[in-house]
Write a protein that binds this ligand. Structure first.
Ligand code: XMP
Length: 514
């Protein structure tokens, strides 16, 4: 099944952290979902995608704010089922003539009474515990609407429907796991549209392989940088299946890898039949980074050298015409290809390369979420240890050392990374958290070691839970484990006198320090 033949659901992203979660839930229900920026909505786009239903996400705005995101009015009249969630619910109420006001606010688990048990709430009982997160509320429903559910405590409208239409608003978040039967509510909504459940990763995989076979000619080669991480490994495996020996995989050691990583990655890749060209460019990268402490500058230098190395490879083999990259769907959205996203960090994908390489791009994962990439990896027979590996940034340890990167500081962060990983694995946390790593600060902290005053480095431990890396929360790791990490770092790394734990979520922080 080609992408154009899939039945699609649009998820209009009003800037809340939940739009991607909604999209992922819809895919769990075997329907292909797409994130759409409100500014992208146009008649042409509707004709192109022909979405079978539209979901309006939550978002941080208030409906009456000057720049509050909106949808065009005509979208309400084209007879496609619409479900507004939170801000989306308020926007629908407002656009249909209801009144939205600032209310008491409802946050967290909330009980709602279901007044109408058909369609959206079919088969769901009388009362549901749902997840709320809002201050504004629909004070007066639109004239031609019916109220489907109310909050037990506040009496606020928890769900309404425009009469005789398949247009619904829910104040709560059916996409979060804390909402009881949330997936059933989304499923009921999909049932009300004519969409076919034709999103299957098996089909996607066959399709993507066939598409590559059809686009890359027999005399052309494809370059693919591999790092041992999930995305590049899955990408290289797909390419291997599609073009066989015409895949030129390259593993560049930029000198910013963790202890034992070169051997581990090489072994892992060999197990799945990929034997990358190994280029040890550590000195070249480290020389270029000497004396540089600005984070953006570091990233740009690393990106530039990667580009140079690729150019050198291409110049030696003119049959390389393509570059395969493991860009995933959140990368596409977060790297600002979508207009609403602003650039937060350069060079998110190390293989994200200068246009002047003159290669055409193949991005087989660009429609997929991380969990889907992992499942695709399983379908490709990639061993589990590779698929559960934590993300590791392309610029490597350079973004985990604040300030200048040099041998001394690299050696400290390598030792600390090994300690953190060992402890997290031993306590069975590795597969539970999204990432766990240390960051080396440039400031010093006075300590006492062996009864003497000593000034040493500060290490911040960052352990986060996340679904897709777009948002993250700091992990509530037991104190005993944090204590073990701290003690081992202090006793095994002479230069460190303080270990701290980072307790800020993303947003406002990012996951990596730089
Ligand atoms: P941030 O720090 O932006 O990171 O919250 C989000 C996720 O992306 C990873 N990350 C990178 N991955 N190249 C990559 O391939 C990069 O330059 C890069 N920077 C951050 C990060 O580890 C987290 O999982």
């Amino acid at each position: 099944m080609n992408k154009k033949d899939l039945d699609k659901i649009w998820v209009i992203d009003f800037g809340g952290q939940y739009a991607h979660l909604i999209a992922r839930r819809i895919r769990e229900l075997n329907v292909y979902s797409m994130i759409i920026d409100p500014d992208e909505i146009s008649v042409e786009r509707i004709r192109e995608d022909t979405p079978k239903a539209i979901i309006l996400s939550g978002g941080p705005s208030s409906i009456y704010e000057e720049n509050a995101p909106k949808i065009p009015r005509w979208l309400l009249d084209i007879n496609i089922p619409i479900l507004g969630i939170c801000y989306g619910h308020q926007l629908l109420a407002y656009m249909f003539g209801g009144k939205v006001s600032r209310g008491l606010g409802e946050f967290g688990r909330t009980r709602v009474k279901i007044l109408d048990k058909k369609d959206l709430f079919k088969g769901l009982g009388d009362v549901l515990e749902v997840w709320m997160s809002h201050n504004d509320y629909v004070e007066k429903p639109p004239p031609d609407s019916e109220i489907l559910a109310v909050s037990e405590d506040t009496g606020y409208i928890a769900a309404f429907r425009i009469k005789e239409r398949k247009i619904f608003g829910v104040q709560f978040h059916p996409e979060v796991i804390h909402t009881e039967r949330g997936l059933d509510i989304l499923n009921n909504f999909l049932e009300l549209s004519s969409c076919k459940r034709n999103w299957r990763l098996e089909d996607y995989l066959n399709n993507v392989i066939n598409n590559i076979k059809n686009t890359v000619s027999d005399n052309e080669k494809v370059l693919c940088a591999v790092s041992g991480g999930v995305d590049s490994t899955v990408t290289a495996s797909i390419l291997k299946k599609a073009v066989g020996d015409r895949l030129v995989s390259v593993f560049v050691n930029h000198g910013l890898l963790r202890e034992g990583e070169v051997e581990e990655v090489s072994t892992n890749l060999r197990r799945i039949g990929i034997e990358p060209m190994y280029i040890d460019a550590s000195e070249r990268f480290l020389n270029a980074l000497r004396g540089v402490s600005d984070p953006e500058e570091k990233r740009i230098i690393i990106g530039r050298i990667f580009g140079e190395i690729f150019k050198e490879i291409i110049s030696k083999d003119p049959s390389i015409k393509w570059l395969a990259q493991g860009t995933t769907y959140p990368d596409v959205i977060e790297s600002g290809r979508s207009r609403r996203a602003s650039k937060i960090k350069s060079h998110h994908n190390v293989a994200g390369l200068p246009e002047d390489l003159g290669l055409r791009l193949i991005e087989p994962l660009k429609d997929l979420y991380k969990d889907e990439v992992r499942r695709l990896g399983e379908l490709l027979g990639i061993p589990r240890e590779i698929l559960v590996r934590h993300p590791f940034p392309g610029p490597g340890l350079a973004v985990r050392i604040i300030g200048e990167v040099n041998e001394e500081r690299l050696s400290i962060i390598r030792k600390a990374s090994r300690i953190v990983e060992e402890i997290i694995r031993r306590h069975g946390l590795y597969e539970k958290v999204w990432q766990a790593f240390p960051v080396l600060l440039k400031d010093k902290w006075v300590g006492i070691k062996g009864d003497k005053r000593s000034e040493g480095y500060i290490i911040v431990i960052r352990i986060v839970d996340s679904q897709d890396g777009m948002t993250a929360d700091w992990s509530r790791v037991p104190y005993e484990i944090l204590d073990e990490i701290s003690r081992r770092i202090i006793s095994e790394i002479r230069e460190v006198t303080m270990v701290t734990y980072a307790i800020t979520s993303k947003p406002p922080s990012t996951i990596e320090a730089e």
